[in-house]
Design a protein around this ligand. Structure first.
Ligand code: AAL
Length: 417
């Protein structure tokens, strides 16, 4: 080392020592207790609302790993999506989901007919499937069919979730009485009941959670019903939307809750609705003495897990990556209402099917660690890396579709300058 370097090094070392004495420098090992010397706002946030061990010791942080399912026949005209939560009854897992086996692929609202669906969830019914291991599933047949026009849900019945109340089974679902997409994705929530998970199911034939009034945040859509029992009452969470197919409304997607003392209602919407400002397919589960939610896809708080000690006042608990789309978790204590929710470790979700390329979906399994009963370090890692298939999906080449899109958008924005 030459003299200049040596002098430089010595002055750096002595400089550090002097600074360290005057103002403590944040140490290499993160202090377990929030230091009482001045901290940047970023480091303050590390302690409040986060914690010094960040994601690793956050019970509500997880990664998600995905596995293809076995046993479900894959054909381009069959679409399966929006699975319910999963129940385990007498050692068998049960799930219900949107099933479309239409004669044509989705063609958009304008081209839709009595046999051509507009979207992936048009002209659908509710399928029931069972499994012994959560990977291989067997379809048991349609649980709830579309009824003949003009009965409720004649156009499509979709996006269901299950409740057990006093020994009886209730499937809540979206009932479409018009082509999805014609006036927005306009559906409210209805219910069917049965004495056994295998049915037969009796559709109630009426709306149980209805649209909000004109101008309300949920005036045009009550989607993704998600019932749990909390504090002695049925808490039916749902995604509401005022949109009519446009993207200009202030709140595009948000989550609300409607509460009832009987499965057929009346369901009273919380005066605090919407209780989550983001998210798409609603997914709530009891956690400790409160309620946790996976919030994905839409809104400023997308890709977070949130927690509400009272089921209503939700706060962000973690930021997650590649969360399941439309998660239907296995929630053994969804209806236990014992103030000791244990969380979730797996479930089903849906993924767009790249083979059919027509907005068809397939079901997949996800695993995670949002459970108090397991401790799987590999689900608590951050810094996830993805391969080229993920990065290049849908974008094609810059010379193709993306280039045209970019040029069109740039032209439009210049026109506004
Ligand atoms: C979803 C859900 C609802 C919507 C459509 C089918 O995944 O949010 O169910 O209506 O898309």
């Amino acid at each position: 080392m030459d003299l200049t370097c040596m002098v430089l090094l010595m002055s750096l070392v002595s400089g550090c020592a002097i600074t360290h004495k005057e103002t403590p420098i944040f140490p290499a090992v993160t202090p377990a207790i929030k230091p009482d010397y001045p901290l940047s706002p970023a480091i303050q946030r590390l302690y409040d609302p986060w914690n010094p061990y960040e994601d690793r010791s956050n019970e509500l942080y997880t990664n998600f790993k995905y596995t293809p399912l076995k046993g479900l026949e894959l054909r381009p005209e069959i679409s399966r999506r929006d699975p319910s939560k999963i129940l385990k009854i007498d050692g068998i897992y049960h799930v219900w989901y949107t099933y479309r086996n239409s004669q044509a692929l989705p063609a958009g609202p304008k081209a839709a007919t009595g046999i051509i669906p507009s979207y992936d969830w048009d002209l659908s019914e509710l399928m029931h499937a069972t499994s012994k291991d959560g990977v291989t599933w067997k379809e048991q047949g349609i649980a709830v069919q579309r009824l003949p026009k003009p009965q409720y849900g004649w156009r499509s019945v979709t996006t269901t979730d299950i409740l057990i109340w006093k020994g009886k089974f209730y499937l809540y679902y979206q009932g479409f009485n018009e082509i999805p997409g014609l006036r927005g994705d306009r559906a409210a929530v209805t219910v069917a009941s049965a004495d056994s998970p295998y049915g037969p199911w009796t559709p109630h034939g009426e709306v149980v959670v209805d649209f909000g009034d004109k101008g309300d945040w949920d005036s045009n859509a009550i989607h993704d019903p998600n019932p749990i029992i909390f504090n002695g009452k049925i808490h039916l969470y749902y995604k509401g939307s005022p949109q009519r197919g446009g993207r200009d409304d202030t709140i595009i997607r948000a989550q609300g809750v409607a509460i009832a003392e009987h499965p057929l209602g009346p369901f009273i919407k919380s005066p605090l609705n919407p209780v989550i400002n983001s998210g798409h397919e609603t997914c709530m589960f009891p956690f400790k003495d409160g309620v946790a939610a996976i919030v994905s896809l839409d809104g400023p708080e997308k890709n977070t897990v949130q927690y509400a000690p009272d089921g209503v006042n939700f706060e962000v608990a973690s930021m997650i990556q590649v969360p399941p789309v439309a998660p239907g978790p296995f929630v053994p204590d969804a209806f236990a209402d014992n103030g000791d929710g244990r969380g979730i470790s797996w479930g089903l979700c849906h993924i767009m099917d790249k083979e059919s390329g027509a907005n068809n979906s397939i079901l997949a399994r996800f695993d995670c660690d949002l459970s108090l009963d397991i401790n799987r370090d590999f689900f608590k890692r951050n810094n996830l890396r993805f391969n080229d298939e993920t990065y290049f999906q849908k974008s094609t080449h810059y010379n193709g579709y993306l280039k045209k899109l970019v040029e069109r958008q740039d032209k439009k924005s210049k026109a506004h300058l």
